[in-house]
Design a protein around this ligand. Structure first.
Ligand code: HEM
Length: 458
Protein backbone atom coordinates (compact mmCIF):
# COMPACT_ATOMS: atom_id res chain seq x y z
CA UNK A 1 0.00 0.00 0.00
CA UNK A 2 1.36 3.44 -0.92
CA UNK A 3 1.44 6.55 1.20
CA UNK A 4 -2.02 7.73 -0.01
CA UNK A 5 -3.48 4.34 0.94
CA UNK A 6 -1.89 4.45 4.41
CA UNK A 7 -3.02 8.07 4.90
CA UNK A 8 -6.57 7.06 4.00
CA UNK A 9 -6.44 4.09 6.35
CA UNK A 10 -5.07 6.27 9.16
CA UNK A 11 -7.71 8.96 8.71
CA UNK A 12 -10.44 6.34 8.34
CA UNK A 13 -9.34 4.55 11.50
CA UNK A 14 -8.89 7.67 13.64
CA UNK A 15 -12.15 9.31 12.55
CA UNK A 16 -14.17 6.11 12.94
CA UNK A 17 -12.82 5.68 16.46
CA UNK A 18 -13.25 9.38 17.26
CA UNK A 19 -16.86 9.49 16.07
CA UNK A 20 -17.88 6.75 18.52
CA UNK A 21 -17.77 9.48 21.20
CA UNK A 22 -19.39 12.64 19.73
CA UNK A 23 -22.36 10.67 18.42
CA UNK A 24 -23.22 9.80 22.02
CA UNK A 25 -22.48 13.24 23.48
CA UNK A 26 -24.58 15.07 20.86
CA UNK A 27 -27.53 12.77 21.43
CA UNK A 28 -27.16 12.80 25.22
CA UNK A 29 -27.02 16.61 25.20
CA UNK A 30 -30.62 16.62 23.95
CA UNK A 31 -31.78 13.94 26.41
CA UNK A 32 -30.17 15.77 29.34
CA UNK A 33 -32.16 18.90 28.39
CA UNK A 34 -35.31 16.73 28.34
CA UNK A 35 -34.50 15.27 31.78
CA UNK A 36 -33.83 18.77 33.18
CA UNK A 37 -37.01 20.21 31.65
CA UNK A 38 -39.07 17.35 33.14
CA UNK A 39 -37.33 17.88 36.50
CA UNK A 40 -38.31 21.56 36.51
CA UNK A 41 -41.89 20.75 35.50
CA UNK A 42 -42.64 17.73 37.69
CA UNK A 43 -40.22 18.39 40.59
CA UNK A 44 -39.55 14.61 40.65
CA UNK A 45 -35.99 14.01 41.89
CA UNK A 46 -35.27 11.07 39.57
CA UNK A 47 -35.24 13.37 36.54
CA UNK A 48 -32.50 15.47 38.14
CA UNK A 49 -30.61 12.32 39.19
CA UNK A 50 -30.75 11.02 35.64
CA UNK A 51 -29.62 14.37 34.18
CA UNK A 52 -26.61 14.36 36.51
CA UNK A 53 -25.83 10.70 35.85
CA UNK A 54 -25.90 11.11 32.07
CA UNK A 55 -23.93 14.35 32.31
CA UNK A 56 -21.13 12.36 33.96
CA UNK A 57 -21.18 9.82 31.13
CA UNK A 58 -21.28 12.80 28.75
CA UNK A 59 -18.17 14.22 30.46
CA UNK A 60 -16.18 10.98 30.04
CA UNK A 61 -17.23 10.71 26.37
CA UNK A 62 -16.52 14.37 25.75
CA UNK A 63 -12.98 14.04 27.14
CA UNK A 64 -12.17 11.00 24.98
CA UNK A 65 -13.81 12.72 21.99
CA UNK A 66 -11.54 15.76 22.40
CA UNK A 67 -8.40 13.66 22.85
CA UNK A 68 -9.14 11.57 19.77
CA UNK A 69 -10.27 14.56 17.69
CA UNK A 70 -7.04 16.54 17.94
CA UNK A 71 -4.84 14.04 15.98
CA UNK A 72 -7.18 14.43 13.00
CA UNK A 73 -6.52 18.16 12.84
CA UNK A 74 -2.79 17.31 12.78
CA UNK A 75 -3.33 14.83 9.97
CA UNK A 76 -4.69 17.61 7.75
CA UNK A 77 -1.20 19.10 7.93
CA UNK A 78 1.01 16.02 8.11
CA UNK A 79 -0.72 13.61 5.70
CA UNK A 80 -3.00 15.81 3.60
CA UNK A 81 -0.87 18.91 3.03
CA UNK A 82 -1.92 19.49 -0.60
CA UNK A 83 -5.59 19.21 0.38
CA UNK A 84 -5.13 21.68 3.27
CA UNK A 85 -3.28 24.08 1.01
CA UNK A 86 -5.97 23.81 -1.66
CA UNK A 87 -9.09 24.07 0.49
CA UNK A 88 -7.93 25.69 3.76
CA UNK A 89 -9.27 29.07 2.60
CA UNK A 90 -12.79 27.63 2.72
CA UNK A 91 -12.99 24.83 5.27
CA UNK A 92 -10.67 26.68 7.68
CA UNK A 93 -13.69 28.84 8.53
CA UNK A 94 -15.94 26.06 9.81
CA UNK A 95 -13.11 24.14 11.48
CA UNK A 96 -12.09 27.31 13.36
CA UNK A 97 -15.71 28.13 14.25
CA UNK A 98 -16.12 24.64 15.64
CA UNK A 99 -13.10 25.10 17.87
CA UNK A 100 -13.69 28.69 18.94
CA UNK A 101 -17.42 28.97 19.52
CA UNK A 102 -19.00 25.61 19.84
CA UNK A 103 -16.24 23.69 21.58
CA UNK A 104 -15.52 26.41 24.15
CA UNK A 105 -19.21 27.01 24.87
CA UNK A 106 -19.78 23.29 25.26
CA UNK A 107 -16.88 22.70 27.65
CA UNK A 108 -17.49 25.85 29.73
CA UNK A 109 -21.16 25.02 30.29
CA UNK A 110 -20.36 21.37 30.95
CA UNK A 111 -18.10 22.50 33.80
CA UNK A 112 -20.88 24.71 35.14
CA UNK A 113 -23.43 21.91 34.86
CA UNK A 114 -21.26 19.31 36.59
CA UNK A 115 -19.83 21.43 39.39
CA UNK A 116 -21.99 24.55 39.78
CA UNK A 117 -25.47 23.19 40.51
CA UNK A 118 -25.51 24.17 44.18
CA UNK A 119 -24.56 27.76 43.43
CA UNK A 120 -26.63 28.52 40.35
CA UNK A 121 -29.99 26.96 41.26
CA UNK A 122 -32.34 24.77 39.20
CA UNK A 123 -33.30 27.23 36.45
CA UNK A 124 -29.75 28.29 35.65
CA UNK A 125 -28.77 24.61 35.85
CA UNK A 126 -31.37 23.92 33.14
CA UNK A 127 -29.97 26.82 31.09
CA UNK A 128 -26.45 25.39 31.37
CA UNK A 129 -27.78 22.02 30.09
CA UNK A 130 -29.42 23.85 27.21
CA UNK A 131 -26.17 25.66 26.39
CA UNK A 132 -24.26 22.34 26.35
CA UNK A 133 -26.85 21.15 23.85
CA UNK A 134 -26.47 24.30 21.72
CA UNK A 135 -22.66 24.05 21.86
CA UNK A 136 -22.49 20.38 20.92
CA UNK A 137 -25.07 20.64 18.13
CA UNK A 138 -23.32 23.72 16.72
CA UNK A 139 -20.01 21.82 16.81
CA UNK A 140 -21.73 19.06 14.87
CA UNK A 141 -23.07 21.53 12.32
CA UNK A 142 -19.69 23.08 11.58
CA UNK A 143 -18.11 19.66 11.07
CA UNK A 144 -20.96 18.44 8.87
CA UNK A 145 -20.83 21.71 6.84
CA UNK A 146 -17.11 21.05 6.29
CA UNK A 147 -17.81 17.53 5.08
CA UNK A 148 -20.76 18.75 2.99
CA UNK A 149 -18.38 21.10 1.15
CA UNK A 150 -16.21 18.09 0.29
CA UNK A 151 -19.31 16.18 -0.90
CA UNK A 152 -20.93 19.03 -2.80
CA UNK A 153 -18.80 22.22 -2.95
CA UNK A 154 -20.71 25.51 -2.65
CA UNK A 155 -19.83 29.18 -2.05
CA UNK A 156 -16.25 29.01 -3.40
CA UNK A 157 -14.07 30.30 -6.26
CA UNK A 158 -10.52 29.51 -7.35
CA UNK A 159 -7.93 32.29 -6.88
CA UNK A 160 -5.09 32.97 -9.32
CA UNK A 161 -2.79 30.53 -7.50
CA UNK A 162 -5.33 27.72 -8.00
CA UNK A 163 -6.48 27.64 -4.39
CA UNK A 164 -10.05 27.70 -3.14
CA UNK A 165 -11.36 30.88 -1.53
CA UNK A 166 -14.75 31.67 -0.05
CA UNK A 167 -16.92 33.78 -2.31
CA UNK A 168 -20.28 33.32 -0.58
CA UNK A 169 -20.24 32.48 3.13
CA UNK A 170 -24.00 32.01 3.22
CA UNK A 171 -23.95 29.50 0.34
CA UNK A 172 -21.10 27.64 2.04
CA UNK A 173 -22.71 27.55 5.50
CA UNK A 174 -26.19 26.72 4.25
CA UNK A 175 -25.14 24.30 1.53
CA UNK A 176 -28.33 22.27 0.82
CA UNK A 177 -26.27 19.08 1.12
CA UNK A 178 -25.27 20.11 4.67
CA UNK A 179 -28.86 20.63 5.79
CA UNK A 180 -30.05 17.08 5.08
CA UNK A 181 -26.74 15.53 6.03
CA UNK A 182 -26.93 17.36 9.36
CA UNK A 183 -30.53 16.32 10.00
CA UNK A 184 -29.66 12.68 9.23
CA UNK A 185 -26.46 12.74 11.33
CA UNK A 186 -28.08 14.38 14.36
CA UNK A 187 -31.06 12.09 14.29
CA UNK A 188 -28.54 9.18 14.21
CA UNK A 189 -26.86 10.70 17.29
CA UNK A 190 -30.22 10.80 19.11
CA UNK A 191 -30.77 7.14 18.16
CA UNK A 192 -27.38 6.18 19.60
CA UNK A 193 -28.01 8.00 22.87
CA UNK A 194 -31.56 6.68 23.17
CA UNK A 195 -30.35 3.08 22.72
CA UNK A 196 -27.53 3.61 25.24
CA UNK A 197 -29.92 5.15 27.81
CA UNK A 198 -32.37 2.26 27.27
CA UNK A 199 -29.58 -0.34 27.51
CA UNK A 200 -28.41 0.97 30.89
CA UNK A 201 -31.98 1.31 32.17
CA UNK A 202 -32.84 -2.21 30.96
CA UNK A 203 -29.73 -3.51 32.75
CA UNK A 204 -30.77 -1.82 36.01
CA UNK A 205 -34.30 -3.24 35.65
CA UNK A 206 -33.06 -6.78 34.97
CA UNK A 207 -30.76 -6.53 38.00
CA UNK A 208 -33.60 -5.08 40.16
CA UNK A 209 -31.55 -1.98 40.86
CA UNK A 210 -32.53 1.72 40.65
CA UNK A 211 -35.88 0.63 39.26
CA UNK A 212 -37.68 3.97 39.58
CA UNK A 213 -34.90 5.67 37.70
CA UNK A 214 -34.77 2.86 35.16
CA UNK A 215 -38.50 3.16 34.42
CA UNK A 216 -38.18 6.92 33.95
CA UNK A 217 -35.10 6.59 31.73
CA UNK A 218 -36.80 3.91 29.61
CA UNK A 219 -39.81 6.18 29.04
CA UNK A 220 -37.67 9.09 27.83
CA UNK A 221 -35.24 6.86 25.87
CA UNK A 222 -37.96 4.92 24.05
CA UNK A 223 -40.02 7.97 23.06
CA UNK A 224 -36.92 9.86 21.82
CA UNK A 225 -35.55 6.71 20.15
CA UNK A 226 -38.77 5.90 18.29
CA UNK A 227 -39.17 9.48 16.98
CA UNK A 228 -35.52 9.60 15.84
CA UNK A 229 -35.65 6.10 14.26
CA UNK A 230 -38.66 7.08 12.16
CA UNK A 231 -37.04 10.41 11.18
CA UNK A 232 -33.89 8.55 10.21
CA UNK A 233 -35.79 6.88 7.39
CA UNK A 234 -38.25 9.65 6.57
CA UNK A 235 -37.66 12.48 5.87
CA UNK A 236 -33.89 12.60 6.52
CA UNK A 237 -32.67 9.34 4.89
CA UNK A 238 -35.09 9.76 2.00
CA UNK A 239 -34.08 13.38 1.29
CA UNK A 240 -30.39 12.63 1.72
CA UNK A 241 -30.77 9.81 -0.82
CA UNK A 242 -32.36 12.27 -3.28
CA UNK A 243 -29.35 14.60 -2.78
CA UNK A 244 -26.95 11.75 -3.61
CA UNK A 245 -29.03 10.83 -6.68
CA UNK A 246 -28.98 14.44 -7.91
CA UNK A 247 -25.30 15.19 -7.34
CA UNK A 248 -23.35 11.92 -7.04
CA UNK A 249 -24.84 9.48 -9.60
CA UNK A 250 -21.79 7.19 -9.44
CA UNK A 251 -22.20 6.85 -5.65
CA UNK A 252 -25.90 6.01 -6.03
CA UNK A 253 -25.19 3.35 -8.69
CA UNK A 254 -22.47 1.80 -6.51
CA UNK A 255 -24.64 1.87 -3.36
CA UNK A 256 -27.29 -0.08 -5.29
CA UNK A 257 -24.85 -2.33 -7.20
CA UNK A 258 -26.46 -1.03 -10.39
CA UNK A 259 -24.49 -1.43 -13.62
CA UNK A 260 -27.09 -0.98 -16.40
CA UNK A 261 -28.89 2.32 -16.90
CA UNK A 262 -32.65 1.82 -16.84
CA UNK A 263 -36.02 3.39 -16.25
CA UNK A 264 -38.34 1.75 -13.65
CA UNK A 265 -35.13 0.90 -11.77
CA UNK A 266 -35.27 -1.76 -9.08
CA UNK A 267 -34.17 -1.37 -5.45
CA UNK A 268 -31.66 -4.05 -4.39
CA UNK A 269 -32.58 -5.52 -0.99
CA UNK A 270 -29.94 -8.27 -1.11
CA UNK A 271 -27.25 -9.31 -3.61
CA UNK A 272 -23.48 -9.36 -4.09
CA UNK A 273 -21.89 -6.96 -6.57
CA UNK A 274 -19.55 -8.75 -9.00
CA UNK A 275 -17.36 -5.94 -10.34
CA UNK A 276 -15.46 -8.05 -12.92
CA UNK A 277 -18.67 -9.28 -14.55
CA UNK A 278 -20.50 -6.01 -13.87
CA UNK A 279 -23.61 -7.53 -12.32
CA UNK A 280 -25.35 -8.11 -9.01
CA UNK A 281 -25.31 -11.77 -8.02
CA UNK A 282 -28.25 -13.54 -6.32
CA UNK A 283 -30.29 -10.35 -6.17
CA UNK A 284 -33.59 -9.85 -4.39
CA UNK A 285 -35.03 -6.61 -5.75
CA UNK A 286 -38.21 -4.53 -5.53
CA UNK A 287 -39.07 -3.33 -9.05
CA UNK A 288 -39.56 0.39 -9.86
CA UNK A 289 -38.80 1.57 -6.33
CA UNK A 290 -35.29 2.96 -6.85
CA UNK A 291 -36.53 5.29 -9.63
CA UNK A 292 -39.30 6.51 -7.32
CA UNK A 293 -37.12 6.95 -4.22
CA UNK A 294 -34.32 8.70 -6.11
CA UNK A 295 -36.32 10.93 -8.46
CA UNK A 296 -39.94 10.81 -7.30
CA UNK A 297 -41.26 8.97 -10.40
CA UNK A 298 -41.51 5.23 -11.10
CA UNK A 299 -40.48 5.80 -14.72
CA UNK A 300 -37.41 7.94 -13.97
CA UNK A 301 -34.10 6.85 -15.45
CA UNK A 302 -31.34 5.78 -13.04
CA UNK A 303 -27.80 5.83 -14.44
CA UNK A 304 -25.82 2.60 -14.06
CA UNK A 305 -22.04 2.34 -13.61
CA UNK A 306 -21.67 1.14 -17.23
CA UNK A 307 -22.54 4.67 -18.39
CA UNK A 308 -20.13 6.40 -16.03
CA UNK A 309 -16.42 6.69 -16.98
CA UNK A 310 -14.43 4.06 -15.08
CA UNK A 311 -12.10 6.67 -13.56
CA UNK A 312 -15.11 8.26 -11.84
CA UNK A 313 -16.26 5.06 -10.16
CA UNK A 314 -15.86 4.87 -6.37
CA UNK A 315 -12.75 2.76 -5.80
CA UNK A 316 -14.24 0.25 -3.36
CA UNK A 317 -17.69 -0.52 -4.69
CA UNK A 318 -18.11 -3.74 -2.69
CA UNK A 319 -17.45 -2.06 0.67
CA UNK A 320 -19.63 0.90 -0.28
CA UNK A 321 -22.48 -1.38 -1.32
CA UNK A 322 -22.33 -3.45 1.88
CA UNK A 323 -21.88 -0.41 4.15
CA UNK A 324 -25.01 1.16 2.66
CA UNK A 325 -27.03 -2.05 3.01
CA UNK A 326 -25.87 -2.59 6.61
CA UNK A 327 -26.98 0.98 7.48
CA UNK A 328 -30.40 0.61 5.88
CA UNK A 329 -30.90 -2.93 7.25
CA UNK A 330 -30.06 -1.82 10.77
CA UNK A 331 -32.26 1.26 10.35
CA UNK A 332 -35.21 -1.06 9.75
CA UNK A 333 -34.28 -3.28 12.71
CA UNK A 334 -33.93 -0.28 15.05
CA UNK A 335 -37.42 0.99 14.20
CA UNK A 336 -38.79 -2.48 14.91
CA UNK A 337 -37.05 -2.71 18.30
CA UNK A 338 -38.15 0.75 19.41
CA UNK A 339 -41.66 0.17 18.02
CA UNK A 340 -42.13 -3.02 20.07
CA UNK A 341 -40.67 -1.38 23.19
CA UNK A 342 -42.97 1.64 22.75
CA UNK A 343 -46.02 -0.59 22.39
CA UNK A 344 -45.18 -2.47 25.59
CA UNK A 345 -44.48 0.81 27.37
CA UNK A 346 -47.86 2.15 26.27
CA UNK A 347 -49.57 -1.03 27.57
CA UNK A 348 -47.58 -0.75 30.81
CA UNK A 349 -46.04 -4.23 30.29
CA UNK A 350 -42.46 -3.33 29.44
CA UNK A 351 -41.01 -3.67 32.96
CA UNK A 352 -42.31 -7.27 33.16
CA UNK A 353 -41.34 -8.37 29.64
CA UNK A 354 -37.82 -9.57 30.30
CA UNK A 355 -36.97 -10.79 26.75
CA UNK A 356 -37.59 -7.27 25.41
CA UNK A 357 -35.52 -5.78 28.23
CA UNK A 358 -32.72 -8.15 27.24
CA UNK A 359 -33.03 -7.04 23.61
CA UNK A 360 -32.91 -3.38 24.69
CA UNK A 361 -29.87 -4.04 26.87
CA UNK A 362 -27.97 -5.82 24.10
CA UNK A 363 -28.94 -3.66 21.10
CA UNK A 364 -26.92 -0.56 21.91
CA UNK A 365 -24.03 -1.47 19.53
CA UNK A 366 -26.40 -1.43 16.51
CA UNK A 367 -26.68 2.38 16.18
CA UNK A 368 -22.88 2.64 16.45
CA UNK A 369 -22.52 0.10 13.64
CA UNK A 370 -25.21 1.81 11.51
CA UNK A 371 -23.59 5.21 12.03
CA UNK A 372 -20.15 3.90 11.10
CA UNK A 373 -21.63 2.23 8.03
CA UNK A 374 -23.40 5.50 7.15
CA UNK A 375 -20.16 7.48 7.26
CA UNK A 376 -18.42 4.77 5.24
CA UNK A 377 -21.17 5.07 2.64
CA UNK A 378 -20.78 8.85 2.49
CA UNK A 379 -16.97 8.82 2.37
CA UNK A 380 -16.51 5.84 0.02
CA UNK A 381 -19.26 7.24 -2.21
CA UNK A 382 -17.34 10.52 -2.55
CA UNK A 383 -14.32 8.70 -4.02
CA UNK A 384 -12.32 9.15 -6.19
CA UNK A 385 -12.80 12.79 -5.17
CA UNK A 386 -11.47 14.45 -2.06
CA UNK A 387 -13.39 17.63 -2.88
CA UNK A 388 -16.11 16.46 -5.25
CA UNK A 389 -15.35 17.44 -8.84
CA UNK A 390 -12.43 19.70 -7.80
CA UNK A 391 -9.65 17.61 -6.29
CA UNK A 392 -9.01 13.88 -6.48
CA UNK A 393 -7.98 12.01 -3.34
CA UNK A 394 -4.65 10.95 -4.91
CA UNK A 395 -3.78 14.64 -5.43
CA UNK A 396 -4.50 15.71 -1.83
CA UNK A 397 -1.85 13.83 0.14
CA UNK A 398 1.56 15.00 1.38
CA UNK A 399 3.99 13.91 -1.38
CA UNK A 400 7.10 13.86 0.83
CA UNK A 401 5.68 11.67 3.59
CA UNK A 402 6.62 8.03 3.02
CA UNK A 403 4.23 5.13 3.39
CA UNK A 404 6.47 3.67 6.12
CA UNK A 405 6.10 6.81 8.24
CA UNK A 406 2.31 6.80 7.92
CA UNK A 407 2.18 3.05 8.64
CA UNK A 408 4.27 3.61 11.78
CA UNK A 409 2.02 6.37 13.14
CA UNK A 410 -1.12 4.39 12.21
CA UNK A 411 0.07 1.45 14.32
CA UNK A 412 0.93 3.91 17.10
CA UNK A 413 -2.62 5.33 17.05
CA UNK A 414 -4.07 1.83 17.13
CA UNK A 415 -2.04 0.95 20.22
CA UNK A 416 -2.84 4.22 22.00
CA UNK A 417 -6.54 3.98 21.24
CA UNK A 418 -6.65 0.43 22.56
CA UNK A 419 -5.32 1.71 25.90
CA UNK A 420 -7.80 4.59 25.80
CA UNK A 421 -10.64 2.10 25.22
CA UNK A 422 -9.69 0.15 28.33
CA UNK A 423 -9.72 3.34 30.43
CA UNK A 424 -13.02 4.46 28.89
CA UNK A 425 -14.78 1.13 29.52
CA UNK A 426 -13.49 1.14 33.09
CA UNK A 427 -14.76 4.69 33.81
CA UNK A 428 -18.16 4.20 32.20
CA UNK A 429 -18.57 0.74 33.76
CA UNK A 430 -17.85 2.19 37.21
CA UNK A 431 -20.37 5.03 36.71
CA UNK A 432 -23.08 2.61 35.53
CA UNK A 433 -22.44 0.26 38.46
CA UNK A 434 -22.72 3.16 40.93
CA UNK A 435 -26.03 4.21 39.45
CA UNK A 436 -27.86 7.51 39.32
CA UNK A 437 -28.39 8.30 43.01
CA UNK A 438 -26.36 10.22 45.58
CA UNK A 439 -24.68 12.69 43.29
CA UNK A 440 -26.84 15.78 43.51
CA UNK A 441 -26.71 18.29 46.35
CA UNK A 442 -30.18 17.33 47.58
CA UNK A 443 -29.52 13.56 47.76
CA UNK A 444 -26.55 13.47 50.09
CA UNK A 445 -27.01 10.85 52.81
CA UNK A 446 -29.78 8.85 51.14
CA UNK A 447 -29.28 5.23 50.26
CA UNK A 448 -30.81 2.74 47.89
CA UNK A 449 -32.90 1.03 50.52
CA UNK A 450 -34.65 4.29 51.44
CA UNK A 451 -34.93 5.49 47.92
CA UNK A 452 -36.04 2.46 45.96
CA UNK A 453 -39.23 0.38 46.05
CA UNK A 454 -38.64 -3.31 46.85
CA UNK A 455 -38.32 -5.52 43.73
CA UNK A 456 -41.76 -7.08 44.26
CA UNK A 457 -43.38 -3.61 44.45
CA UNK A 458 -41.86 -2.53 41.13
C1 HEM B 1 -33.17 2.91 6.87
C2 HEM B 1 -33.00 4.02 6.51
C3 HEM B 1 -31.80 4.84 6.13
C4 HEM B 1 -31.63 5.46 4.93
C5 HEM B 1 -32.59 5.45 3.75
C6 HEM B 1 -30.38 6.17 4.97
C7 HEM B 1 -29.85 6.93 3.93
C8 HEM B 1 -28.61 7.51 3.93
C9 HEM B 1 -27.99 8.16 2.80
C10 HEM B 1 -28.62 8.30 1.43
C11 HEM B 1 -26.77 8.60 3.19
C12 HEM B 1 -25.79 9.40 2.36
C13 HEM B 1 -24.74 8.56 1.73
C14 HEM B 1 -23.82 9.40 0.89
O1 HEM B 1 -23.59 10.57 1.19
O2 HEM B 1 -23.29 8.87 -0.11
C15 HEM B 1 -26.60 8.25 4.58
C16 HEM B 1 -25.50 8.55 5.34
C17 HEM B 1 -25.43 8.36 6.71
N1 HEM B 1 -26.31 7.62 7.48
FE1 HEM B 1 -28.03 6.79 6.84
N2 HEM B 1 -29.80 5.96 6.20
C18 HEM B 1 -30.63 5.15 6.94
C19 HEM B 1 -30.41 4.69 8.22
C20 HEM B 1 -29.38 5.14 9.05
C21 HEM B 1 -29.21 4.77 10.43
C22 HEM B 1 -30.12 3.83 11.19
C23 HEM B 1 -28.12 5.44 10.89
C24 HEM B 1 -27.51 5.45 12.26
C25 HEM B 1 -28.13 5.21 13.36
C26 HEM B 1 -27.59 6.23 9.78
C27 HEM B 1 -26.48 7.05 9.86
C28 HEM B 1 -25.90 7.67 8.78
C29 HEM B 1 -24.70 8.46 8.87
C30 HEM B 1 -23.92 8.80 10.14
C31 HEM B 1 -24.39 8.87 7.57
C32 HEM B 1 -23.17 9.71 7.14
C33 HEM B 1 -23.45 11.13 7.20
C34 HEM B 1 -24.27 11.60 6.12
O3 HEM B 1 -23.82 11.68 4.97
O4 HEM B 1 -25.45 11.89 6.43
N3 HEM B 1 -28.39 6.01 8.69
N4 HEM B 1 -27.74 7.58 4.99
Amino acid sequence: MGSVGWSRLQFGFTITYHYLFPQLTMGLALLIVVFKALALRTKKPEYDDLARFWARIFGINFAVGVVTGIPMEFQFGTNWARFSNFSGGVIGLTLAMEGMFAFFAESAFLGLFLFGEKRIGPRAHFVSAFMIFVGSWLSGYFIVATNAFMQHPAGHTLDESGRLVLSDVFAFLFNPWALWQYAHTMSAAVITSAFVVCAVAAYWTLMHRHERHARTALRVGIVAGLIACVMQIFPTGDQHGKMVAAHQPAALAAMEGKFETSTHAELAIIGQPNIEERRLENPIVVPHILSFLAYGSFGAQVKGLDDIPHDEWPDNIELLYYAYHVMVGLGTLLVAIMGIAALLLYKDRLMRTRPVLWVLMLSFPFPYIATTAGWMTAELGRQPWLVYGLMRTVHGSSPRVSSGSVAFTTIGYMGLYTLLSVLFVFLVGRAVARGPEHHGPEHQGENDAEHEPKPQEA
